[in-house]
Design a protein. Structure first.
Length: 241
């Protein structure tokens, strides 16, 4: 898509030979596709994309050293390496024993601002203004969700060490954001609230003409049910953040 040696991202693509590790599109095409949400991809923010890229670096370093590259190993080690806890030193020691310079890989990992500059300046990619306007809000929520996921995983490790949960069981943590009505127990997933512009149909603020329409629609129990669930969404148990 462009000369790979355009910035730190381009230099790393060359150094780690990331393009050759992919059988389909080159790494730049994948970055843009993930950012914009083209094809079957869902649009992601800079920080999510940065984490994806950094994990690609870690995976490639592991492959060169003959270290296991299953997703669970990559995710776990990346979480430990990007934290300042005791586990970081443990992982670094393990990597050193297996011929991987963990400190060097950490130094190579990029920041979200570097990713942003690569997308916009080097690749000339851009999003529609409407998407750009709301990008920071969604990124902030995504950061909060990721931090919550990390905390839950940390607690689960403790539970496993205490025998509260089977250590052999493969567990995935799925933190989802729900919005709660301050007037009643109603709660909905964040995406549903954004799609319909309100959380609770019974306690929303509406214009007078819209209020009249809602009264007509709620003439009987059946009408009330169908009106309040006009946006279909499978609601699942989640952490109310």
């Amino acid at each position: 898509m462009t000369n790979t040696a355009c910035c730190k991202v381009g230099l790393l693509v060359d150094e780690y030979d990331l393009d050759s590790s992919e059988a389909t599109d080159d790494i730049d095409d994948q970055l843009v596709s993930r950012w914009l949400g083209t094809g079957r991809q869902s649009a992601v923010g800079y920080r999510t994309l940065t984490e994806w890229f950094n994990k690609r670096l870690l995976r490639q370093a592991y492959e060169r050293a003959g270290r296991t590259t299953i997703n669970a190993r990559i995710d776990g080690d990346y979480e430990a390496l990007t934290d300042d806890g005791i586990e970081k030193m443990e992982v670094l020691d393990e990597l050193a024993a297996e011929g991987v310079d963990g400190e060097a890989v950490l130094d190579d990992m990029i920041s979200w601002s570097t990713m942003r500059n690569h997308l916009k300046e080097c690749l000339g990619a851009s999003k529609e203004q409407q998407q750009a306007d709301t990008d920071w809000e969604r990124e902030s929520i995504e950061i909060a969700r990721e931090r919550s996921t990390a905390k839950v995983k940390e607690a689960l490790k403790s539970f496993k060490s205490k025998g509260r949960i089977e250590d052999e069981q493969d567990i995935e943590v799925d933190v989802r954001i729900q919005l709660c009505c301050s007037e009643c127990p109603s709660r909905v997933p964040l995406d549903v609230a954004l799609n319909r512009n309100y959380v609770c149909p019974d306690h929303r603020s509406v214009a007078p003409e819209e209020a009249e329409r809602s009264v007509e629609l709620m003439g009987n129990a059946n009408d009330s049910f169908h009106w309040s669930t006009s946006v279909h969404h499978r609601q699942e148990p989640s952490f109310g953040l």
